[in-house]
Write a protein that binds this ligand. Structure first.
Ligand SMILES: NC(=O)C1=CN([C@@H]2O[C@H](COP(=O)(O)OP(=O)(O)OC[C@H]3O[C@@H](n4cnc5c(N)ncnc54)[C@H](OP(=O)(O)O)[C@@H]3O)[C@@H](O)[C@H]2O)C=CC1
Ligand SMILES: CC(=O)[C@@H](O)[C@H](O)COP(=O)(O)O
Ligand SMILES: [Mn+2]
Length: 389
């Protein structure tokens, strides 16, 4: 039985991970759960699964969490609270740490899980993207990071078909988001509510918005480069609105291996928890008896420049990916607050990245990466405030 720590247990990834655990009794023992603020949901999960330790990032909610645990009928539970609580749990050496936290705040837990020797089931792509070499240098053994992001899980599964030397390129699929097919002019006035209507997946607010701007795909191209050591020039993005193919690997003989399944996260999450083994009956398979049409199209980089910009920051490496991500996190909030428009998101990220060329930063330490993250946030806030006037 594997011991598991689930960080971000109340979110989209976290709740689905708990579904997987629930449906495979005897396979996993959940040692700890962590959330940002939602203590009611966290307490219900802890009571149901008999989890001995829980953590909440907002330390003002520790008292509410204690009451919620009692109300949910939980037994004795250790409570950790504060911004460092998830990192503390991640470093306790569970067999598997699932990082399902959103945003760059996931970096310290990612590094703590790797340092403790745990397998890191990684949904929090931001931590790998911003940490870059720092995260890769913390990896102690092959397969210590198991990607949960659906595209990267698909690539990891497809890579089982050949050797590293036989890989010619990775093909990352993209839904195109809710605004696929629109011109840049047609994107200017789209609303936050429209941006949150992802065509296939129910996900948290940040990643759903990132899917609409294609920043998610930009982060995923950098994530693929870091996970699989493939140069950016050999990572293609193709728009595939049905998202039945989750990504592909093209091999040197001209063969392409694709991983397919309905657009849901249960299989990538289950593989993250059980890698390299598959669990039984995790999801329903595609019904090949039904007629279906799957489309593929090139990405429109003029309407959606986020992937092109991500390739630039990925090639530049250092603290540039951290700046791209942090500026984007600020802009996503500003967009949802009504302060900036949709196309201002990526335009502002590009302006912050440009400004960073003069500042640069130290990507060799966590302090350096987080300083670049803080610098980018401050710079982006200045720009979004100016746009709001
Ligand atoms: N959802 C999906 O299908 C996919 C998600 N991902 C990635 O997985 C990650 C999570 O996404 P998703 O589940 O959609 O996001 P959600 O917004 O649904 O969930 C985020 C989780 O993180 C918790 N959290 C927020 N802030 C903190 C903090 N400071 N410290 C600790 N925990 C915190 C939240 O707690 P609370 O509920 O209390 O706020 C919640 O449990 C992201 O990196 C995303 O890009 C990747 C592929 C697919
Ligand atoms: C499910 C998942 O992995 C998300 O990252 C999803 O792929 C978003 O899809 P798009 O960013 O292509 O819209
Ligand atoms: Mn993805």
């Amino acid at each position: 039985m594997r011991s598991v720590s689930i960080l971000g247990s109340t979110g989209s990834i976290g709740t689905q991970a708990i579904d997987v655990v629930r449906r495979h009794p005897g396979r996993f023992r959940v040692e700890s759960l962590s959330a940002g603020r939602d203590v009611a949901a966290l307490a219900r999960q802890a009571a149901e699964l008999g989890v001995p330790t829980v953590a909440v990032a907002d330390d003002a909610r520790a008292g509410d969490l204690r009451e919620a645990l009692a109300a949910a009928g939980a037994g004795p539970v250790e409570i950790l609270a504060g911004p460092g609580a998830a990192t503390e749990l991640a470093g306790r050496g569970s067999d598997v740490v699932l990082n399902g936290i959103t945003g760059s705040v996931g970096l310290r837990p990612t590094l703590a899980a790797l340092a403790a020797g745990s397998t890191l089931a990684l949904a929090n792509k931001e931590s790998l993207v911003i940490g870059g070499a720092l995260v890769k240098d913390a990896v102690r053994r092959p397969d210590q990071i198991v990607p949960v992001d659906s595209e990267h899980s698909a690539i990891a599964q497809s890579l089982r078909s050949g050797t590293t030397a036989e890989v010619r390129k990775l093909v990352v699929t993209a839904s195109g988001g809710p605004f696929r097919g629109r011109t840049r002019a047609e994107l200017r006035d789209v609303t936050p509510a429209q941006a949150l209507r992802h065509p296939n997946f129910s996900m948290g607010r940040v990643i759903t918005t990132n899917s609409a701007t294609l920043v998610n795909k930009g982060l995923e191209v950098i994530e693929a480069h870091l996970l699989f050591d493939v140069p950016f020039a050999a990572i293609d993005v193709v728009v595939h609105p049905q998202q039945m193919i989750h990504s592909m690997v093209e091999f040197t003989d001209g063969s392409t291996i694709a991983q397919a399944g309905p657009p849901r996260m249960l299989v990538p999450i289950a593989l993250g928890l059980s890698w390299p083994d598959r669990l039984d009956d995790v999801d329903v398979a595609i019904d090949w008896t039904q007629a279906a049409t799957w489309e593929f199209a090139p990405l429109d980089d003029d309407a959606f420049p986020a992937v092109r910009l991500a390739r630039q920051v990925g090639e530049a490496a250092g603290t540039f990916p951290a700046v791209y991500n942090a500026a984007n996190e600020v802009c996503v909030d500003a967009f949802h607050d009504g302060a900036i428009g949709f196309t201002d998101i990526v335009d502002t990220v590009a302006a912050v990245v440009d400004a960073h060329a003069a500042a640069r930063g130290d990507a060799g330490s966590i302090e350096g990466v987080l300083a670049a993250d803080a610098w980018a946030r401050a710079h982006a806030r200045g720009l979004t405030r100016a746009l709001a006037r």
